[in-house]
Design a protein around this ligand. Structure first.
Ligand SMILES: O=P(O)(O)OC[C@H]1O[C@H](OP(=O)(O)OP(=O)(O)O)[C@H](O)[C@@H]1O
Ligand SMILES: [Mg+2]
Length: 180
């Protein structure tokens, strides 16, 4: 698995340090709001589990599964809800936890869905941001790291469902996904 990685962008230690900082900031900003913290499956599951452990305030969690990449390195442009939330968001302060914002299509779709369900507020925290990939305008409220315009894997992020269990994030070698 490691042999398929061209270079490591952020190490396990760097990621943990950043997650701690984000957890502290979110704990301050969401104090007394009992936020509904939503994990966008599958990619965000690693970040979500590390982040909520660093949040020291009362909160609730829920999960939503969406997918638009499938076996590709470019978004299909069609965001599919595979699993919806279990609880209503009406009147709730919602915090969406994402692993990466690339084209922005997944989140712009989700924000629209949650606003139409009358959430009181919708905030976004993403660990990784790839602004050069955007096809719609979208800025996260909180972010960890900015990434170059490369396809990356690890710390929850996959290529064709592989590499999610790498503890760091790295650039995937092109030969792994480029057709000869
Ligand atoms: O900004 P975008 O271009 O929409 O890309 C970001 C989304 O793409 C990935 O999910 P994916 O559809 O691959 O599903 P997965 O989380 O199950 O891997 C990632 O986890 C984000 O949710
Ligand atoms: Mg994926």
């Amino acid at each position: 698995m490691q042999n398929d990685i061209q270079s490591i962008l952020f190490t396990e230690e760097e990621i943990q340090h950043k997650v701690n900082e984000l957890g502290e900031q979110l704990s301050r900003d969401f104090d007394n709001r009992n936020p509904l913290v939503i994990c966008v499956l599958k990619g965000a599951f690693v970040f979500m589990s590390d982040l909520v452990k660093r949040m020291t305030i009362p909160l609730e969690i829920d999960f939503m599964a969406v997918s638009s990449y499938g076996q590709a390195t470019r978004s299909s442009g069609v965001v599919k809800i595979i699993k919806d939330l279990d609880v209503p968001v009406e009147g709730r302060d919602v915090l969406i936890v994402e692993d990466i914002i690339d084209s922005g299509l997944t989140l712009s779709y989700l924000i629209d869905v949650l606003e139409r369900r009358n959430a009181l507020s919708v905030s976004i925290v993403t660990l990784f941001d790839k602004p050069a990939g955007r096809s719609v305008e979208l800025e996260p409220d909180y972010k960890g790291f900015t990434l170059p315009h490369e396809f990356v894997v690890g710390y929850g992020l996959d290529y064709a469902e592989k590499y999610r269990n790498l503890p760091y994030i790295g650039i995937l070698k092109r030969e792994v996904y480029a057709k000869p």
